[in-house]
Ligand binder design. Structure first.
Ligand SMILES: Cc1cc2nc3c(=O)[nH]c(=O)nc-3n(C[C@H](O)[C@H](O)[C@H](O)COP(=O)(O)O)c2cc1C
Length: 171
């Protein structure tokens, strides 16, 4: 089963998880970048990104290569911003959702506290599905080192390509 991991990461947490999953799965990695980068330091980071998320912005993306026909599984990874998926991932989803129908869609989110479940619900509505084939939440995995994260990555990856949809415990 061919797998693509599509992710956006401002501070490297989602990137770290995407790379670890890619190494386990032999998956292709597609990094999404907004054409105009968000400020990534200090209070501006929260103000600009938070406003963009709350306003439902769909920032223009840098060109990327993604051919959904090549994949059975698509993993979407992103940081939670204001209990929403970070806007660059929303742009990706609205651009690609029609071509992703019939694929098994998995998601993972990185966050500092909470909001990922709401972000997952928004994505389901956005792309018109009721349930993901798998979902996982990580708490700032780059800075808050936790041995449990590797176990979570393993269990997430083991499910990929293995039969019926399932839901993971995230605690
Ligand atoms: C603009 C902005 C909004 C955020 N909003 C939330 C939030 O609603 N809930 C939360 O738990 N963390 C929030 N965070 C923290 C990030 O989701 C968290 O640090 C995540 O691990 C960053 O992932 P990244 O390194 O891939 O960018 C926010 C961060 C930013 C920059």
């Amino acid at each position: 089963m061919n797998t693509a991991i599509v992710y956006y990461s401002m501070l490297g947490n989602s990137e770290m998880i995407a790379e670890k999953m890619a190494a386990k799965l032999g998956a292709d990695v597609i990094r999404i970048e907004p054409d105009k980068a968000y400020p990534d330091k200090g209070a501006k980071k929260f103000l600009w990104g938070g406003k963009s998320a709350v306003m439902g912005e769909r920032p223009v993306l840098k060109p990327y290569e993604f051919d959904p026909d090549k994949y059975d599984n698509i993993i979407i990874g992103f940081p939670v911003w204001a209990s929403r998926p970070a806007p660059p991932i929303c742009t990706f989803l609205s651009d690609q959702k029609d071509k992703m129908s019939g694929k098994k869609i998995f998601v993972f989110a990185c966050q500092s506290g909470n909001g990922a479940e709401k972000a997952f619900d928004r994505i389901k509505k956005m792309i018109g599905i009721e349930k993901f084939a798998g979902e996982m939440i990580f708490i700032d995995p780059k800075t808050r080192v936790n041995a449990d994260n590797d176990r979570k990555i393993d269990s997430f990856c083991e499910n990929i390509g293995n039969g019926p949809a399932s839901r993971f415990s995230t605690k």
